[in-house]
Design a binder for this molecule. Structure first.
Ligand code: ATP
Length: 457
Protein backbone atom coordinates (compact mmCIF):
# COMPACT_ATOMS: atom_id res chain seq x y z
CA UNK A 1 0.00 0.00 0.00
CA UNK A 2 1.38 3.41 -0.96
CA UNK A 3 2.03 5.84 1.85
CA UNK A 4 0.80 9.41 1.90
CA UNK A 5 4.06 10.81 0.56
CA UNK A 6 4.73 8.38 -2.26
CA UNK A 7 4.38 10.16 -5.58
CA UNK A 8 5.22 9.53 -9.21
CA UNK A 9 5.67 12.87 -11.00
CA UNK A 10 6.93 11.23 -14.21
CA UNK A 11 3.75 9.18 -14.53
CA UNK A 12 1.66 12.28 -13.81
CA UNK A 13 3.48 14.24 -16.52
CA UNK A 14 2.78 11.49 -19.04
CA UNK A 15 -0.90 11.50 -18.07
CA UNK A 16 -1.22 15.29 -18.45
CA UNK A 17 0.52 15.15 -21.81
CA UNK A 18 -1.72 12.29 -23.05
CA UNK A 19 -4.79 14.26 -21.97
CA UNK A 20 -3.76 17.17 -24.12
CA UNK A 21 -2.48 15.12 -27.07
CA UNK A 22 -5.64 13.04 -27.37
CA UNK A 23 -8.15 15.76 -26.54
CA UNK A 24 -9.31 14.77 -23.08
CA UNK A 25 -8.48 17.91 -21.12
CA UNK A 26 -7.07 21.33 -22.07
CA UNK A 27 -6.13 24.35 -20.00
CA UNK A 28 -9.01 26.87 -20.19
CA UNK A 29 -8.08 30.01 -22.11
CA UNK A 30 -4.84 28.39 -23.28
CA UNK A 31 -4.82 30.49 -26.44
CA UNK A 32 -4.44 33.59 -24.29
CA UNK A 33 -2.01 32.16 -21.76
CA UNK A 34 -4.46 30.15 -19.65
CA UNK A 35 -6.89 30.76 -16.80
CA UNK A 36 -5.40 29.26 -13.67
CA UNK A 37 -7.56 26.61 -12.01
CA UNK A 38 -10.00 26.22 -14.92
CA UNK A 39 -10.11 23.40 -17.46
CA UNK A 40 -11.88 22.61 -20.72
CA UNK A 41 -12.78 19.03 -21.50
CA UNK A 42 -12.15 18.13 -25.14
CA UNK A 43 -14.24 15.66 -27.17
CA UNK A 44 -13.01 12.53 -25.37
CA UNK A 45 -12.88 14.14 -21.94
CA UNK A 46 -16.46 15.34 -22.34
CA UNK A 47 -17.56 11.77 -23.19
CA UNK A 48 -15.71 10.34 -20.19
CA UNK A 49 -17.19 12.90 -17.83
CA UNK A 50 -20.66 12.35 -19.22
CA UNK A 51 -20.32 8.58 -18.75
CA UNK A 52 -19.37 9.13 -15.12
CA UNK A 53 -22.20 11.57 -14.42
CA UNK A 54 -24.75 9.41 -16.22
CA UNK A 55 -23.69 6.30 -14.28
CA UNK A 56 -23.76 8.21 -10.98
CA UNK A 57 -27.26 9.47 -11.79
CA UNK A 58 -28.42 6.00 -12.84
CA UNK A 59 -27.11 4.37 -9.65
CA UNK A 60 -28.12 7.21 -7.31
CA UNK A 61 -31.45 8.39 -8.67
CA UNK A 62 -32.79 6.14 -11.40
CA UNK A 63 -32.24 2.79 -9.70
CA UNK A 64 -33.29 3.92 -6.20
CA UNK A 65 -36.79 4.59 -4.91
CA UNK A 66 -35.59 6.81 -2.09
CA UNK A 67 -33.51 9.43 -3.95
CA UNK A 68 -34.89 12.21 -6.17
CA UNK A 69 -32.87 14.40 -8.49
CA UNK A 70 -32.72 18.15 -8.81
CA UNK A 71 -30.88 20.79 -10.79
CA UNK A 72 -30.47 24.03 -8.89
CA UNK A 73 -29.31 27.50 -9.92
CA UNK A 74 -25.62 28.26 -9.79
CA UNK A 75 -26.15 31.90 -8.86
CA UNK A 76 -26.98 31.93 -5.18
CA UNK A 77 -28.65 34.55 -3.00
CA UNK A 78 -26.47 36.19 -0.43
CA UNK A 79 -28.96 35.36 2.36
CA UNK A 80 -28.63 31.64 1.66
CA UNK A 81 -24.88 31.71 2.05
CA UNK A 82 -25.00 34.01 5.04
CA UNK A 83 -27.31 31.53 6.77
CA UNK A 84 -25.19 28.52 5.79
CA UNK A 85 -22.10 30.19 7.23
CA UNK A 86 -20.23 30.47 3.92
CA UNK A 87 -20.16 34.28 3.78
CA UNK A 88 -18.70 34.49 7.25
CA UNK A 89 -16.58 31.42 7.40
CA UNK A 90 -15.86 29.64 4.13
CA UNK A 91 -12.19 30.45 4.09
CA UNK A 92 -8.78 28.86 4.08
CA UNK A 93 -5.83 30.25 6.01
CA UNK A 94 -3.44 31.87 3.53
CA UNK A 95 0.22 32.76 3.81
CA UNK A 96 2.50 34.58 1.39
CA UNK A 97 6.15 33.78 0.86
CA UNK A 98 8.07 37.04 0.65
CA UNK A 99 10.95 35.31 -1.10
CA UNK A 100 9.22 33.57 -4.00
CA UNK A 101 6.02 35.65 -3.91
CA UNK A 102 4.06 32.39 -3.84
CA UNK A 103 0.76 32.13 -2.03
CA UNK A 104 -0.09 29.00 -0.09
CA UNK A 105 -2.70 27.43 2.13
CA UNK A 106 -1.20 27.57 5.60
CA UNK A 107 -2.80 24.28 6.70
CA UNK A 108 -1.16 22.27 3.93
CA UNK A 109 2.08 24.19 3.75
CA UNK A 110 5.41 22.52 4.02
CA UNK A 111 8.63 24.45 3.50
CA UNK A 112 9.31 22.42 0.37
CA UNK A 113 6.19 23.81 -1.25
CA UNK A 114 8.15 26.90 -2.19
CA UNK A 115 9.78 24.68 -4.77
CA UNK A 116 6.81 25.63 -6.91
CA UNK A 117 8.85 28.65 -7.91
CA UNK A 118 12.33 27.18 -7.80
CA UNK A 119 13.81 29.81 -10.05
CA UNK A 120 13.09 32.60 -7.59
CA UNK A 121 12.87 30.86 -4.29
CA UNK A 122 15.34 28.39 -2.82
CA UNK A 123 12.39 26.80 -1.12
CA UNK A 124 13.81 26.02 2.29
CA UNK A 125 13.64 27.87 5.55
CA UNK A 126 15.03 30.21 6.68
CA UNK A 127 15.08 31.87 3.26
CA UNK A 128 11.38 31.30 2.84
CA UNK A 129 9.86 34.21 4.66
CA UNK A 130 6.24 33.46 5.35
CA UNK A 131 3.67 36.00 6.49
CA UNK A 132 1.26 35.23 9.32
CA UNK A 133 -1.78 33.22 8.12
CA UNK A 134 -4.90 35.23 7.31
CA UNK A 135 -8.38 34.08 6.37
CA UNK A 136 -9.09 34.07 2.65
CA UNK A 137 -12.74 33.66 1.65
CA UNK A 138 -13.06 31.13 -1.18
CA UNK A 139 -16.33 32.34 -2.65
CA UNK A 140 -16.63 34.01 -6.03
CA UNK A 141 -18.93 36.99 -5.91
CA UNK A 142 -20.74 38.69 -8.75
CA UNK A 143 -22.95 41.71 -9.22
CA UNK A 144 -26.53 41.13 -10.12
CA UNK A 145 -29.62 42.91 -11.41
CA UNK A 146 -30.10 45.80 -13.87
CA UNK A 147 -28.14 48.27 -11.80
CA UNK A 148 -25.66 45.66 -10.66
CA UNK A 149 -26.10 46.65 -7.04
CA UNK A 150 -27.23 43.26 -5.78
CA UNK A 151 -24.68 40.69 -4.69
CA UNK A 152 -24.92 37.06 -5.70
CA UNK A 153 -22.40 34.26 -5.40
CA UNK A 154 -21.39 31.45 -7.69
CA UNK A 155 -22.30 28.52 -5.47
CA UNK A 156 -19.35 26.99 -3.60
CA UNK A 157 -21.17 23.63 -3.36
CA UNK A 158 -24.35 22.21 -4.85
CA UNK A 159 -25.70 21.28 -1.41
CA UNK A 160 -27.26 24.62 -0.39
CA UNK A 161 -29.93 24.65 -3.10
CA UNK A 162 -30.90 21.14 -1.98
CA UNK A 163 -31.35 22.26 1.64
CA UNK A 164 -33.31 25.32 0.55
CA UNK A 165 -35.63 23.24 -1.67
CA UNK A 166 -35.97 20.34 0.74
CA UNK A 167 -39.50 21.35 1.79
CA UNK A 168 -40.66 21.96 -1.79
CA UNK A 169 -39.38 18.57 -2.89
CA UNK A 170 -40.99 16.91 0.11
CA UNK A 171 -44.37 18.59 -0.43
CA UNK A 172 -44.47 18.13 -4.20
CA UNK A 173 -43.40 14.48 -4.30
CA UNK A 174 -45.20 12.81 -1.41
CA UNK A 175 -42.02 11.21 -0.12
CA UNK A 176 -41.35 10.00 3.41
CA UNK A 177 -38.18 9.92 5.44
CA UNK A 178 -35.63 8.63 4.88
CA UNK A 179 -35.12 10.05 1.40
CA UNK A 180 -32.40 11.85 -0.49
CA UNK A 181 -32.04 14.61 -3.04
CA UNK A 182 -29.18 14.28 -5.50
CA UNK A 183 -27.60 16.91 -7.67
CA UNK A 184 -24.70 17.04 -10.06
CA UNK A 185 -23.38 20.37 -11.21
CA UNK A 186 -20.82 23.12 -11.20
CA UNK A 187 -19.37 24.68 -8.08
CA UNK A 188 -16.83 27.45 -7.75
CA UNK A 189 -14.13 28.16 -5.20
CA UNK A 190 -11.43 30.77 -5.49
CA UNK A 191 -8.80 28.24 -4.36
CA UNK A 192 -5.61 29.87 -3.11
CA UNK A 193 -3.41 27.44 -4.90
CA UNK A 194 -5.07 25.43 -7.69
CA UNK A 195 -2.83 22.48 -8.51
CA UNK A 196 -2.31 18.87 -9.42
CA UNK A 197 -3.93 19.26 -12.84
CA UNK A 198 -7.73 19.23 -12.41
CA UNK A 199 -7.57 17.95 -8.83
CA UNK A 200 -7.87 21.36 -7.21
CA UNK A 201 -9.68 23.71 -9.59
CA UNK A 202 -11.55 26.96 -9.18
CA UNK A 203 -14.46 25.75 -11.28
CA UNK A 204 -15.44 22.10 -10.85
CA UNK A 205 -18.39 19.76 -10.74
CA UNK A 206 -19.74 17.97 -7.72
CA UNK A 207 -22.02 14.96 -7.41
CA UNK A 208 -23.81 15.40 -4.10
CA UNK A 209 -26.54 13.56 -2.23
CA UNK A 210 -28.27 15.01 0.82
CA UNK A 211 -29.99 12.12 2.54
CA UNK A 212 -32.63 13.25 5.05
CA UNK A 213 -33.40 10.93 7.94
CA UNK A 214 -34.62 10.51 11.50
CA UNK A 215 -31.98 11.59 14.07
CA UNK A 216 -31.74 8.00 15.37
CA UNK A 217 -30.64 6.70 11.97
CA UNK A 218 -27.86 9.18 11.08
CA UNK A 219 -24.86 7.18 12.28
CA UNK A 220 -26.02 3.90 10.74
CA UNK A 221 -26.87 5.53 7.40
CA UNK A 222 -23.47 7.21 7.26
CA UNK A 223 -21.84 3.78 7.39
CA UNK A 224 -24.29 2.42 4.83
CA UNK A 225 -23.61 5.26 2.41
CA UNK A 226 -19.89 4.75 2.78
CA UNK A 227 -20.31 1.13 1.66
CA UNK A 228 -22.60 2.15 -1.16
CA UNK A 229 -20.10 4.67 -2.45
CA UNK A 230 -17.19 2.22 -2.25
CA UNK A 231 -19.24 -0.20 -4.33
CA UNK A 232 -19.80 2.55 -6.90
CA UNK A 233 -16.07 3.21 -7.26
CA UNK A 234 -15.49 -0.50 -7.85
CA UNK A 235 -18.10 -0.46 -10.62
CA UNK A 236 -16.41 2.40 -12.45
CA UNK A 237 -13.00 0.75 -12.31
CA UNK A 238 -11.34 2.14 -9.20
CA UNK A 239 -10.27 -0.89 -7.20
CA UNK A 240 -10.89 -1.07 -3.47
CA UNK A 241 -7.18 -1.49 -2.69
CA UNK A 242 -6.42 1.94 -4.20
CA UNK A 243 -8.99 3.63 -1.97
CA UNK A 244 -8.28 4.69 1.60
CA UNK A 245 -10.93 5.51 4.16
CA UNK A 246 -10.05 8.27 6.55
CA UNK A 247 -12.33 8.28 9.60
CA UNK A 248 -11.87 11.98 10.32
CA UNK A 249 -11.02 12.31 14.02
CA UNK A 250 -12.74 14.55 16.57
CA UNK A 251 -11.45 18.08 16.32
CA UNK A 252 -10.74 17.82 12.58
CA UNK A 253 -14.34 17.45 11.45
CA UNK A 254 -16.63 20.40 10.77
CA UNK A 255 -18.02 21.41 14.18
CA UNK A 256 -21.55 20.23 13.31
CA UNK A 257 -20.51 16.83 11.97
CA UNK A 258 -20.82 13.77 14.19
CA UNK A 259 -18.99 11.50 11.76
CA UNK A 260 -17.07 12.08 8.54
CA UNK A 261 -15.31 9.64 6.26
CA UNK A 262 -13.01 10.86 3.54
CA UNK A 263 -12.67 8.46 0.64
CA UNK A 264 -9.17 8.95 -0.73
CA UNK A 265 -7.45 7.63 -3.83
CA UNK A 266 -3.81 6.92 -4.55
CA UNK A 267 -3.15 9.60 -7.17
CA UNK A 268 0.36 9.78 -8.68
CA UNK A 269 0.79 13.00 -6.64
CA UNK A 270 -0.19 11.34 -3.34
CA UNK A 271 -3.20 9.96 -1.51
CA UNK A 272 -5.92 12.60 -1.80
CA UNK A 273 -9.65 13.04 -1.20
CA UNK A 274 -12.17 11.98 -3.81
CA UNK A 275 -15.30 12.22 -1.72
CA UNK A 276 -16.50 13.03 1.78
CA UNK A 277 -19.34 11.11 3.46
CA UNK A 278 -20.46 13.30 6.33
CA UNK A 279 -23.17 13.03 8.95
CA UNK A 280 -24.16 16.71 9.22
CA UNK A 281 -26.87 16.31 11.88
CA UNK A 282 -29.69 18.91 11.62
CA UNK A 283 -27.22 21.76 11.16
CA UNK A 284 -28.21 22.67 7.60
CA UNK A 285 -31.98 22.64 7.98
CA UNK A 286 -31.53 24.37 11.34
CA UNK A 287 -29.61 27.33 9.93
CA UNK A 288 -32.01 27.75 7.01
CA UNK A 289 -35.00 27.58 9.32
CA UNK A 290 -33.46 30.33 11.37
CA UNK A 291 -32.28 32.34 8.34
CA UNK A 292 -35.63 32.22 6.52
CA UNK A 293 -37.91 32.26 9.53
CA UNK A 294 -39.89 29.38 8.00
CA UNK A 295 -40.43 26.00 9.60
CA UNK A 296 -38.65 23.03 8.02
CA UNK A 297 -39.97 20.59 10.60
CA UNK A 298 -41.03 17.14 9.38
CA UNK A 299 -44.22 15.51 10.61
CA UNK A 300 -44.13 11.74 10.76
CA UNK A 301 -47.69 10.57 10.14
CA UNK A 302 -47.06 7.09 11.54
CA UNK A 303 -45.45 8.06 14.84
CA UNK A 304 -47.00 11.56 15.05
CA UNK A 305 -43.51 12.86 15.81
CA UNK A 306 -42.33 16.33 14.73
CA UNK A 307 -38.62 16.93 14.24
CA UNK A 308 -35.99 18.56 12.07
CA UNK A 309 -34.51 15.86 9.81
CA UNK A 310 -30.84 15.01 10.05
CA UNK A 311 -28.67 14.78 6.97
CA UNK A 312 -26.06 12.34 5.67
CA UNK A 313 -24.08 13.78 2.78
CA UNK A 314 -22.01 11.74 0.31
CA UNK A 315 -20.29 14.51 -1.66
CA UNK A 316 -18.06 13.50 -4.55
CA UNK A 317 -15.97 15.54 -6.96
CA UNK A 318 -16.76 14.77 -10.56
CA UNK A 319 -13.52 16.19 -11.98
CA UNK A 320 -11.47 14.47 -9.30
CA UNK A 321 -13.14 11.17 -10.12
CA UNK A 322 -12.51 11.69 -13.84
CA UNK A 323 -8.86 12.31 -12.99
CA UNK A 324 -8.76 9.18 -10.83
CA UNK A 325 -10.28 7.18 -13.71
CA UNK A 326 -7.58 8.42 -16.09
CA UNK A 327 -4.77 7.83 -13.57
CA UNK A 328 -6.06 4.34 -12.82
CA UNK A 329 -6.49 3.47 -16.50
CA UNK A 330 -3.11 4.74 -17.71
CA UNK A 331 -0.70 1.96 -18.57
CA UNK A 332 2.43 1.50 -20.62
CA UNK A 333 2.97 -2.06 -21.72
CA UNK A 334 6.22 -3.28 -23.24
CA UNK A 335 5.59 -5.62 -26.16
CA UNK A 336 8.20 -7.73 -27.93
CA UNK A 337 7.69 -8.74 -31.56
CA UNK A 338 8.85 -11.99 -33.26
CA UNK A 339 12.23 -10.42 -34.00
CA UNK A 340 12.75 -9.50 -30.35
CA UNK A 341 12.17 -5.80 -30.98
CA UNK A 342 10.57 -3.98 -28.06
CA UNK A 343 7.81 -1.45 -28.32
CA UNK A 344 5.79 0.39 -25.71
CA UNK A 345 2.02 0.32 -26.04
CA UNK A 346 0.19 3.16 -24.26
CA UNK A 347 -3.24 2.04 -23.18
CA UNK A 348 -6.03 3.50 -21.07
CA UNK A 349 -7.64 0.51 -19.41
CA UNK A 350 -11.04 2.06 -18.67
CA UNK A 351 -13.83 -0.32 -17.73
CA UNK A 352 -16.04 -0.38 -20.85
CA UNK A 353 -18.91 1.54 -19.19
CA UNK A 354 -16.62 4.53 -18.62
CA UNK A 355 -14.68 4.42 -21.91
CA UNK A 356 -15.23 7.57 -24.04
CA UNK A 357 -15.42 5.49 -27.23
CA UNK A 358 -16.96 2.04 -26.86
CA UNK A 359 -15.95 0.61 -30.18
CA UNK A 360 -13.68 1.42 -33.12
CA UNK A 361 -15.00 0.36 -36.52
CA UNK A 362 -12.59 -0.22 -39.40
CA UNK A 363 -12.74 -1.51 -42.94
CA UNK A 364 -9.49 -3.42 -43.46
CA UNK A 365 -8.91 -1.58 -46.72
CA UNK A 366 -10.05 1.96 -47.26
CA UNK A 367 -10.31 1.42 -51.01
CA UNK A 368 -12.52 -1.64 -50.77
CA UNK A 369 -16.01 -0.26 -51.27
CA UNK A 370 -17.80 -3.38 -50.04
CA UNK A 371 -15.81 -3.34 -46.78
CA UNK A 372 -16.41 0.38 -46.31
CA UNK A 373 -20.14 -0.11 -46.96
CA UNK A 374 -20.49 -2.79 -44.29
CA UNK A 375 -18.34 -0.85 -41.80
CA UNK A 376 -20.51 2.25 -42.32
CA UNK A 377 -23.67 0.15 -41.84
CA UNK A 378 -22.32 -1.21 -38.56
CA UNK A 379 -21.50 2.35 -37.49
CA UNK A 380 -25.07 3.48 -38.22
CA UNK A 381 -26.52 0.49 -36.39
CA UNK A 382 -24.48 1.11 -33.22
CA UNK A 383 -24.51 4.92 -33.09
CA UNK A 384 -27.93 5.37 -31.45
CA UNK A 385 -26.74 3.17 -28.58
CA UNK A 386 -23.15 4.15 -27.91
CA UNK A 387 -20.28 6.38 -28.94
CA UNK A 388 -18.35 4.71 -31.76
CA UNK A 389 -15.43 5.82 -33.91
CA UNK A 390 -15.01 5.04 -37.60
CA UNK A 391 -11.43 4.97 -38.82
CA UNK A 392 -10.03 3.92 -42.18
CA UNK A 393 -6.67 5.73 -42.06
CA UNK A 394 -3.38 3.79 -42.12
CA UNK A 395 -2.46 0.22 -41.24
CA UNK A 396 -4.97 -1.57 -39.08
CA UNK A 397 -2.33 -2.19 -36.37
CA UNK A 398 -1.84 1.55 -36.01
CA UNK A 399 -5.56 2.10 -35.85
CA UNK A 400 -5.74 -0.38 -32.97
CA UNK A 401 -2.98 1.50 -31.16
CA UNK A 402 -4.75 4.82 -31.58
CA UNK A 403 -7.84 3.32 -29.96
CA UNK A 404 -5.76 1.71 -27.18
CA UNK A 405 -4.38 5.10 -26.31
CA UNK A 406 -7.86 6.52 -25.71
CA UNK A 407 -9.14 3.41 -23.94
CA UNK A 408 -11.55 1.98 -26.55
CA UNK A 409 -12.30 -1.52 -25.25
CA UNK A 410 -13.27 -3.14 -28.57
CA UNK A 411 -12.43 -2.70 -32.25
CA UNK A 412 -14.35 -4.23 -35.13
CA UNK A 413 -12.66 -4.90 -38.45
CA UNK A 414 -14.51 -5.70 -41.65
CA UNK A 415 -12.23 -7.77 -43.89
CA UNK A 416 -12.21 -10.14 -46.85
CA UNK A 417 -13.71 -12.96 -44.76
CA UNK A 418 -16.68 -10.71 -43.97
CA UNK A 419 -17.39 -10.49 -47.68
CA UNK A 420 -17.13 -14.27 -48.07
CA UNK A 421 -14.06 -14.02 -50.27
CA UNK A 422 -12.39 -16.95 -48.48
CA UNK A 423 -15.46 -19.19 -48.47
CA UNK A 424 -18.86 -19.06 -46.85
CA UNK A 425 -17.83 -20.14 -43.33
CA UNK A 426 -16.89 -16.63 -42.13
CA UNK A 427 -19.17 -14.64 -44.42
CA UNK A 428 -21.10 -12.00 -42.50
CA UNK A 429 -18.72 -12.09 -39.54
CA UNK A 430 -16.22 -9.47 -38.38
CA UNK A 431 -13.10 -9.50 -36.24
CA UNK A 432 -13.60 -8.17 -32.74
CA UNK A 433 -10.33 -7.23 -31.09
CA UNK A 434 -10.10 -6.81 -27.31
CA UNK A 435 -8.03 -3.88 -26.03
CA UNK A 436 -6.56 -5.47 -22.91
CA UNK A 437 -5.68 -8.97 -24.11
CA UNK A 438 -5.29 -7.91 -27.77
CA UNK A 439 -7.03 -11.18 -28.57
CA UNK A 440 -9.35 -11.41 -31.54
CA UNK A 441 -12.52 -13.35 -32.10
CA UNK A 442 -15.08 -13.49 -34.88
CA UNK A 443 -18.69 -12.49 -34.38
CA UNK A 444 -21.63 -12.29 -36.80
CA UNK A 445 -22.53 -8.70 -37.69
CA UNK A 446 -26.09 -9.35 -36.46
CA UNK A 447 -24.83 -10.31 -33.00
CA UNK A 448 -22.72 -7.17 -32.46
CA UNK A 449 -25.29 -4.89 -30.87
CA UNK A 450 -26.50 -7.26 -28.09
CA UNK A 451 -22.91 -8.47 -27.52
CA UNK A 452 -21.70 -4.89 -27.02
CA UNK A 453 -24.68 -3.72 -24.95
CA UNK A 454 -24.02 -6.51 -22.50
CA UNK A 455 -20.46 -5.27 -22.03
CA UNK A 456 -20.56 -1.48 -22.16
CA UNK A 457 -23.49 -0.50 -19.95
P1 ATP B 1 -10.41 19.73 0.01
O1 ATP B 1 -10.13 19.42 1.47
O2 ATP B 1 -9.65 18.86 -0.94
O3 ATP B 1 -10.34 21.19 -0.29
P2 ATP B 1 -13.12 19.74 0.77
O4 ATP B 1 -13.10 18.80 1.94
O5 ATP B 1 -13.15 21.19 1.00
O6 ATP B 1 -11.92 19.34 -0.22
P3 ATP B 1 -15.84 19.34 0.16
O7 ATP B 1 -16.25 20.71 0.52
O8 ATP B 1 -16.16 18.23 1.11
O9 ATP B 1 -14.29 19.32 -0.18
O10 ATP B 1 -16.40 19.01 -1.29
C1 ATP B 1 -16.81 17.71 -1.67
C2 ATP B 1 -16.02 17.22 -2.85
O11 ATP B 1 -15.95 18.20 -3.88
C3 ATP B 1 -14.55 16.90 -2.52
O12 ATP B 1 -14.41 15.62 -1.97
C4 ATP B 1 -13.92 16.99 -3.88
O13 ATP B 1 -14.05 15.78 -4.59
C5 ATP B 1 -14.73 18.07 -4.59
N1 ATP B 1 -13.97 19.34 -4.55
C6 ATP B 1 -13.91 20.23 -3.55
N2 ATP B 1 -13.11 21.26 -3.86
C7 ATP B 1 -12.65 21.01 -5.11
C8 ATP B 1 -11.78 21.70 -6.00
N3 ATP B 1 -11.24 22.87 -5.66
N4 ATP B 1 -11.52 21.16 -7.20
C9 ATP B 1 -12.07 19.98 -7.56
N5 ATP B 1 -12.90 19.28 -6.77
C10 ATP B 1 -13.19 19.78 -5.56
Amino acid sequence: MANKDSTDPVRMEKIVSLCKRRGLIFQAGELYGGLNGCWDYGPLGAELKRNLKDYWWRKTVQERDDVLGMDGAILTMEQVLVASGHVGGFSDPMVDCKTCKGRFRADTLEASQCKEKPSVCPGQSPKCELTEPRAFNLMLQTNFGATGDQIAYLRPETAQSIFCQYKNVLDSNRVKLPFGIAQCGKSFRNEINPRNFTFRSREFEQMEIEYFCHPDDGMRLTDEWLEERLKFYGEIGIPREKLHILDVPDGERAFYSKKTYDIEYEFPFGIQELEGVAYRTDYDLGVHEKGSGKSLVYFDEDTKERFLPHVVEPSAGCDRTVLALICEAFDEETLTDEKGKEDVRTVLRFVPRMAPVKVGIFPLLKKNEAQVGIARDIQKQLQPWMNVFYDDGGAVGRRYRRQDEIGTPFCITVDFDTLGENGDALKGTVTVRHRDSMEQERLPVDALLPWLLERVR
